[in-house]
Write a protein that binds this ligand. Structure first.
Ligand SMILES: Cc1ncc(COP(=O)(O)O)c(C=O)c1O
Length: 361
């Protein structure tokens, strides 16, 4: 089949996800495994969400609502946007894929940061785009460099804010400077998967920027802080015309019914999630303190994960942790051969990580 498969696919390196706990248990014969590899919420969703899922499961014989009516209403109200400015996806991953499918033809260009979230490059390469990756500067976006990389062939610029794996955010003034003078026929895709974790006052207010920039789409997810990674649901906000284009190519039932009821319930329990975000902040400080004591360099993060510099090869360190029942991410696939990325876990999980790092380093 190689002779007939799309040529663009031959060049694509598949995404390698964090390994599932059960798989590691089976493979290594371990009983107690923790996963700090996929930036999930270690506490799980709010109890209101679990109730809503139990109730919703009685109607699994029906197709889901293709328009996500109740979620759309709730979110439009919360974000102060019109209902037709929203699109929902099977995770925010799907929205990246939809944007690329809608805007990028073979031979077009896409500008991303290096390293950044892998799906920007993967989806763009599948579409046959030439991907220009502009190196981060000290783990920050080089937006001047990215603007210089834009030319008449550029269709999309991806900005992860904060991005994965750096954990770094783009400041309001830098985002404004980037948008100023940028050709309006270029889609600026602002991926805010970790939006809920950012506390910085100068974090770019993308929904406000949307009002005067019709070429922006902002995406967020219920996978990270909302603890619904297993149900797959994310959303995008943009002007209604842009959303209309994405809707033309969206599968009719792309968001399952349990994800929809779960997301509606999650939005209602902000008290639970605010507490959870506070707790992640406390745990982040706990890890920083211990990394310093272990003389480990790390990148201060505005998310629920941290990049740690390793003296040995990251592949070896992550393997040693894996053998002791701790799944972390080896950053080799991102070109960071001396870094691992750890998701901030519960206090017990973090204690175990620190204890194990002490043993193996
Ligand atoms: C920066 C970034 N964007 C998007 C996603 C995709 O999230 P989901 O498809 O679960 O919404 C991730 C997941 O790791 C991410 O790190």
């Amino acid at each position: 089949m190689k002779s007939i498969v799309k040529k663009t696919i031959l060049k694509v390196k598949p995404y390698v996800p964090g390994r599932p706990i059960e798989e590691v248990k089976r493979e290594l014969g371990l009983r107690d495994v923790i996963k700090l590899a996929s930036n999930e919420n270690p506490y799980g969703p709010s109890p209101l969400v679990l109730e809503a899922i139990a109730k919703g499961s009685k109607e699994l014989n029906r197709y889901p609502d293709s328009d996500c009516f109740y979620l759309r209403e709730a979110l439009a109200k919360r974000l102060q946007v019109s209902a037709n400015q929203l699109i929902f996806g099977n995770g925010s991953d799907e929205l990246i894929a939809l944007a690329v499918r809608a805007f990028v033809d073979q031979g077009d260009e896409v500008v991303i940061a290096k390293p950044s979230f892998l799906m920007y490059g993967i989806d763009s390469r599948i579409a046959g785009a030439n991907v220009k990756a502009v190196a981060l500067k000290n783990f920050h976006y080089d937006l001047n460099g990215m603007k210089k990389a834009v030319n008449e062939k550029t269709k999309i610029v991806f900005i992860g804010n904060p991005d994965n794996p750096s954990g770094m955010y783009v400041k309001e003034q830098d985002m404004r400077a980037f948008l100023k003078g940028l050709h309006r026929d270029i889609l600026v895709f602002i991926d805010e998967a970790y939006y809920e974790y950012v506390n910085a006052r100068d974090y770019a207010d993308s929904l406000h920027l949307l009002k005067s920039n019709k070429n922006i789409i902002v995406t967020r997810t219920f996978s990270k802080m909302y603890g619904l990674a297993g149900l797959r649901i994310g959303y995008g906000v943009a002007n209604a015309e842009l959303i209309g284009f994405l809707n033309r190519i969206r599968e009719p039932f792309n968001v399952n019914s349990l994800a929809q009821v779960a997301a509606v319930a999650a939005l209602k329990d902000q008290t639970y999630y605010r507490g959870l975000a506070r707790n992640i902040n406390v745990q982040r400080q706990y890890l920083y303190k211990n990394f310093r004591e272990l003389d480990l360099d790390f990148v201060e993060s505005h998310t629920n994960f941290i990049l740690i510099k390793t003296k040995d090869k990251a592949a070896d360190v992550s393997q040693r942790l894996l053998e002791r029942g701790i799944i972390v991410r080896n950053m080799g696939a991102w070109g960071l051969k001396r870094y691992i990325r750890v998701t901030i876990g519960t206090l017990n999980e973090n204690k175990r990580l620190i204890k194990t790092l002490k043993e193996i380093l």
